[in-house]
Structures are given as C-alpha cells and as structure tokens.
Design a protein around this ligand. Structure first.
Ligand code: SF4
Length: 466
C-alpha cells in the first residue's frame, strides 16, 4: 500500500520498489499532485505498489489494543438505533437471531447512500408493516416500492423482496454464514459480513466507506481506496482486526467510529479512542503541511452523463372516471416503467427521453406522438384541450446520470366513449392507471416524480392566488 511515514515531509510517498522485502525501506516522495491527495480510477503503478506485506499489517499487540479500545468506546458511545436493539434474553433463540439478521439486512440495505436519520423513519415504518421475513415474503413489488419511495436505488428494494421470497421458499431458515448469505440476491460481501457477524457471531470483517476511512488513517494509506487491489487489502486489515469473541460489536464499533468521530471532513481526533495507534494523526502532529483528512486519497468521480427528458402531466377533467365509470374529479395519468433498467417497475407521469436539449415545439411534438401512440390521446379526436403550459425544468441527479427534466401540464376533457379510450392498449407492454390527486399525494412515488407533481401543484396555487 502507499504509506506515508512520519519522517517524510511531502504529502504523497511510496515505498521503494522492492515491496516484497519484509524490512521497511526508506520512503521516497511522489510528486505532490495538489493540496490534497487525489487518485484517478486507474493507476497502473498502484497494482504493484499495493501488495500488502506483513509490515503493512497491524502487529499482534497493536491489534489487541485497538480491539480493546474500540470495544470499550463502543459500549459507552454507540448510538441507540432501532436495528441495534436486542431482546433481554440471556441467550437468543434461533428465532430471535433470525429476526435480528432480518433487521440488520433491511437497515444495511437502507443505509447504503442514505443518512442514518432518514433511515430510522423508513426502517420503523418497514418493520411495522413487515416485522419478519415471512411477512416481507408475502408483499408485492408495488407495496415494497411504495414503502421505499424516496430512498432511491429501487433495485435494492426489489432484491430485498426477492431475497425474502427465496429464503422462505428454501425452508431452511435465514442463512447464517457468509457463503450461504452470498447466494441471496442483492447480498454482497459487505452485507453478508454485517449479517453474519452481528446476528450469528461469525468472525468475519466488514468494509464500508467508514471502515476504509478509519483504516486508511490508522495506517496512513494514501492509495486509491477504490482500486480493487487496495480494497482487497482493506478487507485483509479489517479481517486481522476483527475481534474473535465479539465480531459483531467490533465491526459496528469500527463503522461507528468512522460515522461519528473519524468523519470525512472534520474528524475529532482528540476524542478518538485509537488516536495513539493512528499513523495519520501522528504524521499530522509532526508535519503541519499534512492533515489527517489527506487520507484516504480523494478519488476523482466518474463524470455523470447528461440526459434529457420531457414529462407531461396529463390531468383529465370530467365527471366520469374513465376506468370505472363513476363520478369523480380530475385524474392524473400514470405509466409504469419497464420491469428492467433504471427505476424498474415504478410509476411516473408520461415522459419521453430526448437526444439533447430540445425547444418547446419539439418537446410538444414528441409528447403528442407518445400520447397518441400509447394512449390514443389525440387532440380534437379523443380529447379536448383545456390548457397546456410549461411548468418548468429541473435537474435530477442519479449516481451516474445528470438528468434534465422539462415539465409541462396538459389539462384535457375526454370525448366520446371514454371508458374505451385505453382498451386497445397492450397492457403487457405498457401498464397505466389514472389516480386522483388525493391518491397521488399518498402514493409511494420516486423523488423525481414527486418533484414534478409538487411543481404542478405550486403552479396551480400561484394561478389561484393571482
Ligand atoms: S486519530 Fe483522528 S484520524 Fe486517526 S482514527 Fe482517530 S479520528 Fe481518525
């Protein structure tokens, strides 16, 4: 690994070429790249330089001391989070352990990319609706998506459901080991390690972003933390540290330290229980040009690709519900996304993807074509236009996409035999439904769709007030 040593003065260092030597060589500085360490995604030299030889590991004494310090600190300082609560039983029954495993699984999936404070509400609501794996296995994808709405990364919710169904169908209870957990859809190395160590006391490490940061600072590792060889080495270090008697608590203590003390930008080193073992801290005290936040190296983010989309909120006025023939107020047309790909199986307003930025005329033409082709909604023929106006535009950010969304509102009255309007559509290709504003307000919608709806509501309110 790239290691910065206390005696050196520059902010990036590498060991001399012979990394296989068990003896530490004199460190040589690399060219300083910027005020902070920055790593690109591909660094061919890194592969060679990242061999984790024994001198990069923790000594036995260091390991013992770090375990003791972290476990003691965790006992006194861990946050009271719903998925950490244990029963009062001295020895947990299998059933209790499985319940705990389920809680750890749900919370860990929710916590990926989402703040703890946000997750708590989602977790509590989820557990109220599906308190056990058996309950979850009975749920539909639509229910799960609704419960997940706003958390993003809906594929994870789908995997939770598929995983629950698979485990229940298998009839062998909750998988208890890393190897059996890895067979469940959506359970990767990290989640398997968390479940196996926390719920079933398997002596297994976990490595998430918090753990990487703590380990990188403890060992003053400034290599690219996303590089696959470096990642493997973090797993080795974590495996060396994990406490054989309390693996679950130890793993949580390491993650907790990263979450509340060894934070990305503002670590509280003076409160840190392992500061006396922290090489980055020691270097920063000797060399004022070095700060602990130089570790790990900052990774240049992959550039997001730009995409463009035009959304048309179709509001259907009239006394008839077009599906059920009942007297109702206005309704909004929703379409189900395909079952594969981004936001698979979720409901949204009709939309089209554009090749590039497009002016209003082009967008209207594209939308008109979509409405006619998919819903037989054709102005003058099947509907009468009441109003059509631009609502606005916004950017919606996915991890790899920067989506520009143009929003318009089309208010219409249907003509002729309204209940027949959509009857010729092939529902296997495109599913749709019309919902009233009350249902829309309570429906589990993605944050992007919710944003569109809120824009429409704001526009309406503004018009009412003027
Ligand atoms: S001393 Fe500071 S940098 Fe080192 S592990 Fe503790 S909080 Fe992190």
């Amino acid at each position: 690994m790239l290691v910065q040593l206390p005696l050196n003065r520059a902010s990036n260092f590498a060991m001399e070429n012979d990394l296989k030597s068990p003896k530490r060589k004199r460190a040589v500085p690399l060219k300083k790249m910027s005020s902070q360490n920055v790593a690109s995604q591909k660094e061919p030299q890194e592969e060679k330089q990242s061999i984790c030889d024994m001198e990069d590991m923790f000594s036995d004494i260091e390991t013992q001391k770090i375990r003791k310090a972290l476990l003691g600190w965790y006992e006194d300082n861990c946050r009271d989070l719903p998925w950490r609560r244990r029963t009062n039983k001295e020895e947990e029954e299998d059933e209790e352990k499985e319940k705990r495993a389920y809680g750890v699984w749900v919370s860990e999936v929710m916590l990926q990319q989402t703040r703890v404070q946000t997750v708590i509400q989602y977790y509590n609501r989820w557990m109220l609706k599906w308190p056990t794996l058996h309950h979850l296995a009975q749920a539909s994808l639509e229910e799960v998506n609704e419960m997940w709405a706003g958390l993003g990364y809906y594929r994870r919710a789908r995997f939770l459901l598929e995983g629950a169904k698979m485990i229940i169908a298998g009839g062998d209870g909750f998988p208890k080991t890393i190897s059996s957990l890895r067979k469940v859809p959506g359970i990767g190395e990290y989640t398997a390690g968390a479940i196996a160590s926390i719920a079933f006391e398997e002596v297994a490490p976990v490595v998430d972003g918090n753990v990487v940061r703590v380990l990188a600072r403890l060992k003053a590792i400034c290599a690219n933390p996303k590089h696959k060889t470096i990642v493997k080495n973090f797993w080795k270090l974590a495996a060396q540290l994990v406490d054989p008697c309390l693996p679950g608590d130890f793993n949580q203590s390491l993650m907790e330290l990263g979450a509340i003390i060894c934070t990305p930008m503002n670590p509280s080193c003076s409160l840190c229980p392992v500061s006396s073992h922290c090489r980055a801290y020691s270097i920063s005290k000797e060399d004022k040009s070095v700060v602990v936040t130089d570790y790990p190296a900052k990774v240049l983010k992959v550039k997001q690709r730009k995409e463009y989309s035009a959304v048309c909120v179709v509001e259907i006025l009239g006394s008839h519900d077009i599906v059920e023939g009942q007297n109702t107020g206005s309704r909004f047309l929703l379409v189900k996304r395909p079952n594969e790909g981004l936001l698979a199986g979720l409901w949204e307003f009709p939309s089209i993807t554009l090749d590039k930025e497009a002016d209003l005329t082009l967008r209207k033409n594209e939308i008109d074509h979509l409405l006619k082709k998919s819903f037989r909604l054709e102005r003058g023929m099947t509907y009468q236009k009441i109003s059509r106006e631009e609502v606005g535009e916004f950017f919606h950010i996915f991890s790899h996409i920067r989506l520009k969304v143009y929003v318009e509102l089309l208010v219409i009255c249907l003509k002729g035999e309204r209940s027949d309007l959509f009857s010729e559509q092939d529902n296997e290709v495109m599913s749709w439904k019309c919902v009233d504003s009350k249902a829309l307000a309570t429906l589990g919608l993605t944050s992007g769709v919710r944003k569109v709806y809120n824009m429409v509501q704001k526009l309406k309110q503004k018009k009412l007030s003027t």
